[in-house]
Design a protein around this ligand. Sequence first.
Ligand SMILES: Nc1nc2c(ncn2[C@@H]2O[C@H](COP(=O)(O)OP(=O)(O)OP(=O)(O)O)[C@@H](O)[C@H]2O)c(=O)[nH]1
Ligand SMILES: [Mg+2]
Length: 312
Amino acid sequence: MADQSTAPLPSMAPAPDKKPVVILCIGMAGSGKTTFLQRLNAHLHTERQVPYILNLDPAVTRVPFNANIDIRDTIDYKQVMNEYQLGPNGAILTSLNLFTTKFDQVLGFIEKRSSALDYVILDTPGQIEIFTWSASGSIITDTLAASYPTVLAYIIDTPRTTSPATFMSNMLYACSILYKTKLPFILVFNKTDVTPHDFAVEWMTDFEAYQRALSQDETYMSSLMNSMSLVLDEFYANLRYCGVSAVTGVGFDGFLERVAEARDEYYAEYKPELDRMVQEKQALRETEKKEHLERLLKDMTITEGAEVPLDQ
Ligand SMILES: Nc1nc2c(ncn2[C@@H]2O[C@H](COP(=O)(O)OP(=O)(O)OP(=O)(O)O)[C@@H](O)[C@H]2O)c(=O)[nH]1
Ligand SMILES: [Mg+2]
């Protein structure tokens, strides 16, 4: 039997393919993204799992966590507003665009630390569409997803989603982001200390329960929503969700379990599709190169032996 005390210690070097999971927090204004990130950061520290934090909100006045990279360190949102004569939303978008031009450097910083990291977490601007529907938001998302297992955490203000109409519009928005990015997706019902998310779980898992809630709504919208809810049934079937309170810290173990599932989905579905697309592009580039070369050779054979007048 080997003496454990003298046996060589197992290598602590991280596995070469160990990569941190990138968690992109998105959600409607005031849903609790920043507070969620603060709580997630605290939770990960107690679990001794090191996160790397990026703040991408140039307009936030107070960041309640130590961001490793903060957009406000390189871009002055107020100055952008004055310089380009922009309103608040235009200035946030322009700041994000300016920041994106330097994103290769950000990627370099993450790369340097990546083997020691478990998570990279990102806070995004309050106006959700600025990140989800802008070119810079797509560039940041796609760049990260090309290098790291990346998942989207869609933060929902649960107390503000209790009416069937608001619930549906929030779900439709989430659905549109899921289909746009194709990344693994987690619905995070936040503020469950105020309103538990049981009603949402019931509506997502029991179609008739949602129909019953809708039937109490007499407006013309309810028939439209009736049809829409059929569409969403498919969306719910492929979705993972959890309930948390960013204020009390309840539900964060559950959230991290969903993240682990989402990471597995990234490797099983997103990554192979990405690799296939990259290979396809490479093959296309190779074919084009070959065609160019063949054309060049053909031109050379045609002109071979012909005299080229150098001087007239
Ligand atoms: N009761 C309760 N309040 C919360 C919770 N999470 C956030 N809040 C409150 O919700 C408000 C908005 O929180 P933020 O974290 O700033 O939300 P945000 O999504 O980052 O806001 P923007 O960046 O401005 O869009 C704050 O007053 C928070 O204290 C929660 O779990 N429970
Ligand atoms: Mg915020």
